[in-house]
Design a protein around this ligand. Structure first.
Ligand SMILES: Nc1nc2c(ncn2[C@@H]2O[C@@H]3COP(=O)(O)O[C@H]4[C@@H](O)[C@H](n5cnc6c(=O)[nH]c(N)nc65)O[C@@H]4COP(=O)(O)O[C@H]3[C@H]2O)c(=O)[nH]1
Length: 575
């Protein structure tokens, strides 16, 4: 008995301890002499003693054995007052004399481990918040409670703005610190009955039970954004920290968990789309458009992962030499069922859903690969790539571009970055810094869609821009309206005084080209010369514009004639 690893405890009919072994002493913390003669109730909290005494009586009336692990888990009170989990097997040595024997096994380690495993399965290891699985249960439970009580509850879905950029730019550890901070701030702003979970990545949910009116939810939403949108100090400087929040209300919007979550998701994207750091309630009218967008996002993700996207290249022709001096890379997506989907449809979706960063990185990488391939083939052609505002804000954009250049061995001076005026103006100081860093790498910068934004001359002078592109909206009515013609002329003069080259975009007719040549435009791009074509077609287009055919820029008639001859018939669309 003394050698048994389990505690052994003998109790008489009256419930007095008759004998304990060494293992029982270790489990309970009592010495044998402190226990013998005592009521077995010593191992129980006072409140449980009477009930146990009744159970013991019943046991002695009809004693029966019980193997280890079959009964309920039990917690005994140790000498120091702490409770420890044990499993108990029961037997009897002498029914007539009435001595029961209990084998007591300390299972506190096992229970602790089980509790840990249970916690890990239901909680997010980083933040300790409920995880997606647990959140699903809690949401179902909230629905069940609200069904019974007839009360509404709100489901809030939150997504940190620009989290990916921070994670990519500062590394995983920084991303994790940010997530921990977000979870800490969320918890500090919520009440005891509210539940918060981390669904994964930078997505959090909050369930606000028993809401009386929508204003209550608005207040909480504003409070959460208030605490989240405080800067976070990392690596010695303040990091802008913000989130977008979507709200769906039970039962007003939906009665089942899946739909509620989908609606909160739609509302969240709506909030992100309308300026970030804001919240939006789900509304029916946003439904179908968001539905379509979400589907498009999914399809786009598949296309990106499965090589379903392509870059086409549209030549930019030097007016003075008639040479193709560069090409603009333009994304093309041909969906297996839906056919060709224009960038004007999918780029805004990519921007609204944050996918533009992955998409933009892919474009840069492909463009670098193409630059290297052309250079190796003896065709060192400059490639212009469009950049979206979110990419400009991406903290590691410059490093990302450097990596792509290095990966493919592409010359930086053959890469050109096009940013629109409004993108550069979204955060002028930040844009200025990023563009200067790019320029220092040897990359040239073009300001796209010039004339549509609101750049000030003073600001333009501070950007390392070497070219501006006149928006094609100005070219369309060029021949009809003297005002537009005057504006184009003014833009060219302005650019020239700043020492910038001017590229006209969307040139469709020789008449437009004639005017642009007269105004002093340096280069043009448009269907007149060629649409965007696959990379392998570019060499053919280059051959169609031999450099020794250069035309004098002021000789308009000659220019028209020469250009008309050079337009490849298969791509010529209109004059
Ligand atoms: N009517 C007319 N159109 C002409 C003519 N010449 C060129 N275009 C079109 O004008 C657009 C020029 O590109 P953008 O202003 O940068 O405008 C682009 C750009 O803002 C965006 N985009 C395309 N590819 C990318 C990309 O890789 N990244 C990003 N961020 N945006 C892209 O989508 C916009 C539309 O792209 P696309 O549909 O390829 O449309 C292209 C091009 O096909 C012409 O003579 N007449």
């Amino acid at each position: 008995m003394e050698a048994s690893p389990d505690g052994i405890l003998m109790v008489d009919r009256a419930g007095h301890i008759v004998m304990v072994n060494a293992a029982m002493e270790a489990i309970s913390g009592y010495a044998s002499e402190e226990l013998c003669g005592q009521s077995v109730g010593i191992f129980l909290p006072p409140a449980a003693r009477d009930a146990h005494a009744r159970q013991l009586e019943a046991y002695f009336r009809s004693p029966s054995g019980r193997p280890m692990g079959r009964g309920q888990d039990f917690r005994i009170m140790r000498k120091d007052g702490s409770l420890t989990a044990v499993a108990i097997a029961l037997g009897h040595t002498d029914v007539s004399g009435g001595t029961a024997v209990a084998f007591v096994r300390d299972i506190s380690d096992v229970r602790g481990l089980e509790a840990r495993i249970r916690f890990q399965a239901t909680h997010d290891t980083l933040t300790g918040l409920a995880n997606r699985w647990q959140f699903g249960l809690e949401l179902e439970q909230a629905i069940a409670v609200s069904e019974r009580t007839g009360q509404s509850f709100a489901l809030l879905l939150l997504d940190l703005d620009d989290f990916k950029a921070i994670n990519d730019g500062y590394g995983h550890a920084a991303g994790e610190r940010l997530l921990l901070e977000a979870s800490r701030r969320l918890q500090s702003a919520l009440r005891a009955g509210d539940t918060v979970a981390r669904l994964g990545g930078d997505e959090f949910t909050v369930v606000l039970p028993a809401i009386a009116q929508p204003q209550d939810v608005e207040q909480v939403a504003a409070k959460l954004l208030g605490v989240l949108c405080q800067p976070y100090r990392m690596h010695g400087f303040d990091l802008a920290f913000s989130a977008s929040l979507g709200i769906a209300v039970y039962p007003r919007d939906a009665r089942d968990a899946t739909t509620l979550l989908r609606y909160a998701d739609m509302a969240m994207y709506h909030a992100k789309n309308s300026g970030r750091a804001s919240y939006a309630f789900y509304a029916h009218h946003m439904g179908w458009r968001m539905e379509e967008k979400l589907q498009l996002r999914e399809q786009l993700k598949i296309a990106l992962d499965s090589d379903g996207l392509e870059l086409h290249y549209q030549p930019q022709v030097n007016v003075a030499t008639a040479e193709v001096e560069s090409v603009e890379a333009l994304l093309r997506w041909t969906h297996p069922q839906l056919g060709e989907i224009p960038p004007s449809r999918f780029i805004p979706v990519a921007e609204a859903t944050g996918m533009i960063l992955a998409l933009g990185a892919w474009v840069i990488d492909r463009a670098c690969r193409q630059i290297a391939a052309w250079t190796e083939a003896g065709l060192p052609l400059r490639v212009a790539v469009n950049l979206s505002t979110q990419q400009l804000r991406q903290v590691d954009l410059v490093e990302q571009i450097e990596r792509s250049l290095a990966r493919h061995g592409a010359r930086p001076d053959l890469l050109e970055i096009e940013v629109t005026e409004s993108e550069a103006m979204a955060d002028p100081e930040q844009a200025r810094q990023v563009l200067w860093r790019l320029q220092r790498l040897g990359i040239s910068i073009t300001l796209d869609d010039f004339g549509t934004g609101y750049s000030s001359l003073a600001y333009l002078k501070h950007l390392p821009v070497s070219r501006i592109k006149i928006d094609r909206d100005f070219l369309r009515p060029l021949l009809r309206s003297p005002e537009d013609a005057a504006l184009v002329r003014a833009i060219v003069v302005l650019a020239q005084t700043l020492g910038l080259r001017v590229v006209a975009e969307g040139v469709e007719s020789t008449e437009q080209l004639s005017l642009l040549v007269r105004y002093g435009c340096d280069a043009y791009q448009g269907w007149l010369f060629s649409k965007a074509v696959a990379a392998h077609q570019i060499a053919g287009l280059l051959r169609s514009a031999p450099p020794d055919d250069a035309l004098p820029p002021t000789h308009i008639d000659a220019a028209n004639e020469t250009w008309a001859r050079r337009i490849p018939s298969e791509v010529q669309l209109s004059k």
